[in-house]
Design a protein around this ligand. Structure first.
Ligand code: APR
Length: 307
């Protein structure tokens, strides 16, 4: 078990970062990849080492799913406004299970309506290209990587999956389908709806199969040991659309640095990882929407990879 979902992050010293310049290669303008990085990609393609994608809420932003820390994610209960950090806890589930369920049903409804965007599709193409050299570690519970075609054997859902629920009181290890039914957030659940939120085995409340803010990573539910193992085998790590506020992604990042792996951070803003990469030789930070940037990376890997 890894202690602490959210840890205090280390400070960094700011130095000029590896710049990704607009360059021209083989008459094809590349906006995001410089020749130094392209050489490293060529070497990677000739080797048998591994590539890992670590994704966060930002990758699904272009699918219309709000991120956690960029927008106003408050949820009102009566006259009180709760942040996701207050509502997404086991403690709140014990105190107000129906409010927690309402919030998750609302979020599930947004996910049900969303479609994978170009970034999800490109990551699925990376898996098809590199097969067993590929891994995906995602903090997202929205299911869009699966819909885009990533396979579960190469995909670690380290914060859970909204496709499932489980007993909120651990009467068994079984996963059940997420109870999907229409409801209006301004009305209370009916008795019939509440019965669908109960565990069939013990009749206590089910809970969404996600990692809450006051819970810990573990292998059985969240594949945290597998994610650490994957990070130790990773030669190239892409970090896409995550702020770096959770402990396991930071450990994954540190393990790749320890092995002098190549790290590419893609994010619309400076973030924990991009700042840390400023003084790391094998680190690259690209600021912008992942759906604009990833296709160029895929083209370069595809061009140099001979299967
Ligand atoms: N392309 C790339 N990055 C983007 C885009 C985009 N189109 N849109 C937003 N971003 C970036 C933001 O700049 C931000 O750094 O995505 C990041 C989203 O950060 P968070 O909202 O903190 O989400 P995430 O890092 O996934 O949160 C981690 O915390 O709340 C918990 O369990 C929850 O899985 C979540 C975890």
């Amino acid at each position: 078990m890894i202690a602490g979902f959210y840890g205090k992050l280390t400070q960094f010293v700011s130095k000029p970062r590896n710049s990704i310049k607009l360059i021209n290669n083989n008459n094809k303008a590349m906006k995001f990849i410089n020749s130094n990085l392209e050489d490293k990609i060529i070497n990677f393609c000739k080797s048998e080492t591994k590539i890992t994608f670590l994704t966060g809420a930002g990758i699904s932003a272009d699918s219309g799913i709000p991120t956690f820390r960029d927008v106003d994610g408050y949820w009102s209960v009566g006259s009180v406004n709760y942040t996701p950090q207050e509502l997404g806890t086991y403690d709140m589930f014990i105190r107000k299970p129906l409010e927690v369920w309402k919030w998750f049903m609302y979020r599930k409804d947004i996910c049900n309506k969303a479609k994978p965007n170009i970034s999800h599709l490109i990551i699925s193409d990376f898996e098809k290209l590199f097969k067993n050299r590929f891994s995906l570690i995602s903090q997202n519970i929205d299911g869009l990587h699966k819909i885009a075609g990533n396979t579960e054997e190469r995909y670690l859902f380290i914060h859970g999956d909204l496709e499932y629920s489980r007993c909120g009181f651990n009467c068994s290890n079984e996963l059940y389908p997420f109870p999907n039914f229409k409801f209006d957030r301004n009305y209370e659940f009916t008795e019939q709806q509440i019965s669908k939120l109960k565990c069939k085995k013990c009749n206590l409340f089910l809970r969404p199969h996600v990692l809450w803010f006051d819970e810990f990573y573990e292998e059985r539910l969240f594949k945290s040991d597998s994610a650490i193992k994957t990070s130790k085998e990773t030669e190239i790590l892409f970090i896409i659309g995550t702020s770096g506020s959770t402990t396991l992604p930071v450990m994954i990042f540190e393990n790749v640095i320890k092995n002098q792996g190549i790290i590419v951070d893609i994010n619309t803003k400076e973030n924990y990882f991009s700042k840390r990469l400023k003084n790391y030789n094998n680190g690259y930070s690209v600021i912008g929407k992942s759906s604009k940037i990833l296709p160029e990376f895929f083209d370069i890997f595809k061009k140099h990879y001979k299967q």
